[in-house]
Structure formats: structure tokens, C-alpha cells
Design a protein around this ligand. Sequence first.
Ligand code: 8X3
Length: 259
Amino acid sequence: EPCLLASLAVITGASGGIGEATAILFARAGCNVILLARRQEALDEVAKKCREEGGDNIKVLAKTLDVNDRDAVERLIHELKENGFDTFDILVNNAGGAVGKEQVGDLSLSDIDYMISTNLVSLMQISQVFVNEMKKADIGHIINIGSLAGREAYVGGSVYCAVKHAVKAFTTSLMKELVATGIKVSEVAPGFVETNFSVTRFRGDADAAAKVYEGFTPLTAEDIAEEIVWCALRPPHVQIAELYVLPSAQASATIIARK
Ligand code: 8X3
């Protein structure tokens, strides 16, 4: 059975949701983890849980990073090396999200820019920075978090669906570019997962967010974390190119069996 002992996983958006659950599962699998997100306090909490899971055998670093801060991302590898990390086995590009459900005509330019920046430009920059490190060791695995929104465009999701389709395309190009290397590329694309995602999408309206998951059993962050760690645990000759994961009661953005 393959094992992640002594590997190192870097996870963006690690302060909550899928990112947090993924960090905890990697730690449980004996993997060292670097947690990246904006909120240091929340990250410290996740780091504590990772240490509880992984015990004394793993290294855990919680580092504040705004993925939209291009200079900070450029400095990141250098700073991680200063902290004693020198090879980066697994990168999970998880940071991202949707803001608003407005239709075209009512979109604000700042929401458009923010979603493109957070979900796409940042993911591209971070991938590039780590690919160059992984190439030196000729080993690595980049796991990008895609979405149902990268498979299907829906009403009120124009910008988010556009960026998630772009994440899928970027991930596929990257996989093709790296085919002759020891670096694997995967996309894990979930449907409805109950996290803070919908609270952000509805700008803090918790009732509107709760309605998204009403009357059926949505995926949990842990469900997707299991898929991510499973991808990373495949033997060297197996590359999960893409994994599209839906709740059993969901068949599309709008076909949901609610009781
Ligand atoms: C997943 C959210 O609403 O596009 O990214 O399925 S949704």
C-alpha cells in the first residue's frame, strides 16, 4: 500500500472547508503539511488539529498568505526554504470561491476581478512557482480543485463558471506539458459541498446559504478531502487526471432530488 510518510503537502485555502479537511487527512496519513491562508488565527487552529493527527512525526507549518498578493507568492518558496522545507511533493490549489449570484448586467467589476484573480490568476501563479521547484526534483503532484461549475455553466454563475472552466483547461494543459516528467497533475471537481462556500456566495446571508443544501445530503469537506488524499496515494504509474464528485442526490447544478 503506498504511503505518504515523509511527503510534504502544501495546501492553499487551508483555514477552513475542503482545505482544512484535506490538511487534517494528509497529516493523518503521515504527511508533512504547509497550511496557507489569509487568517493566521484560523490557520493556527487547523495546525493544532494536524499535529494531533500526525503526532511528533510530522512537520506542520501555518503560514499567512493572501493568494492574491503576487509579491508574497513570488517570495513564498524562498520563505518556505528558510523554514527548512526544500522539496515540495504535493500542491493542493484549493483557495477560491464565488461572490454573488448576480446575472450579467448587474455584475460589479470588482467582483469579476476578485473571482478571476482568486480562482484563476493566483492558481496559475502558484502552480508555476511550485512546478519549477518540482521540476528540479523531477517529482511532484499538483491537485487543482475544480468544480461542477467547470463542467456546466448555470444562471447566476457566469464569472465563477467561466473561471472554473478555465481552471479545468489550465490543469489539462499542465498535465500535457508535464507528461514526460515525474510530476502528476489532477483535477478534483466537486458539486455541492456544505462549507462556507455558499455563505460567501450569498455575501454572508446564512439563510440563503443553508437553502442550497436543504432537503438532501450534500457532500462534506471530508468527503472531498478523502478523494484528494486518495489521488495522492495512487502508485507512481497512476495519474487521476480528473475526478468529478457529486452528492448522490445531485445530477447537475439544477437537478437535485430534494425531499
Ligand atoms: C462548487 C459549487 O455551485 O458550482 O464549486 O456546484 S457549485
